[in-house]
Design a protein around this ligand. Structure first.
Ligand SMILES: NC(=O)c1ccc[n+]([C@@H]2O[C@H](COP(=O)([O-])OP(=O)(O)OC[C@H]3O[C@@H](n4cnc5c(N)ncnc54)[C@H](O)[C@@H]3O)[C@@H](O)[C@H]2O)c1
Length: 187
């Protein structure tokens, strides 16, 4: 189905990495325009070349997904360059240190949660607001089977949190304004 995403705009975080690049190429090969986001020191050239080989249009934006102002800027860049965001692949993530829970360094726990959970949360909020204004869109968060079974302490817990955030984002009340929705009781 080469034209399934013709004219659609897809924003991908972690686009310099393996899954981000492969996804960019696949969307581009089906007609999408891509905004590829990754850390300022990352190398997006390979993603750009692969998307162009697939016949797609691609722009890049250097951003740290853990920084709210960076997230707002990549969203604005997509809107400025392409006019809309139809699909958001909220994908940037890190594995972090792998080792026993009792030895797990606190700073490493914070680092993994900053990227894998806060980064996903900030992306959901910023892109979600733009999509709400536009009337719709699709968001895919990258979790992992590691979020469903025992694995490295911070990584597994962070991916469980991505599953939780995704469920929360999928509820109708997540897109209504706080003024119009009284807070639901917490079970
Ligand atoms: N590779 C696997 O087997 C596997 C399995 C399940 C889930 N995942 C998840 O899939 C996603 C992509 O994994 P991958 O295998 O392509 O990894 P990868 O390391 O190849 O790519 C991850 C990308 O995220 C970027 N990134 C890291 N921190 C960032 C930040 N703060 N801001 C912006 N970009 C940042 C990195 O620069 C990198 O390009 C991750 O969320 C990962 O946890 C991977």
């Amino acid at each position: 189905m080469p034209d399934r995403f013709e004219g659609k705009v897809v924003v991908i975080t972690g686009a310099a990495g393996g899954i981000g690049r492969a996804t960019a190429v696949r969307f581009a090969s089906e007609g999408a325009n891509i905004l590829a986001v990754d850390l300022p020191n990352s190398v997006l050239d390979e993603t750009v070349a692969a998307v162009q080989r697939a016949g797609g249009q691609i722009a890049t934006y250097p951003a740290d997904v853990t920084v709210a102002s960076d997230v707002d800027r990549y969203v604005q860049s997509a809107l400025d360059q392409f006019g809309q965001i139809d699909v958001f692949f909220n994908n940037a993530g890190i594995e972090g240190w792998v080792g026993p829970l009792l030895d797990y360094p606190e700073h490493e726990f914070d680092r993994v949660f900053a990227v894998n959970v806060k980064g996903v949360f900030l992306g959901l909020q910023a892109v979600g607001r733009a999509m709400r204004q536009a009337g719709g869109g699709a968001i895919i968060n990258t979790a992992s089977v590691a979020g469903l079974q025992a694995t490295a302490a911070a990584y597994g817990a962070s991916k469980s949190a991505v599953v939780g955030l995704t469920k929360s984002a999928a509820t109708p009340s997540s897109t209504t304004t706080s003024e119009s929705t009284p807070s639901a009781p917490v079970p």
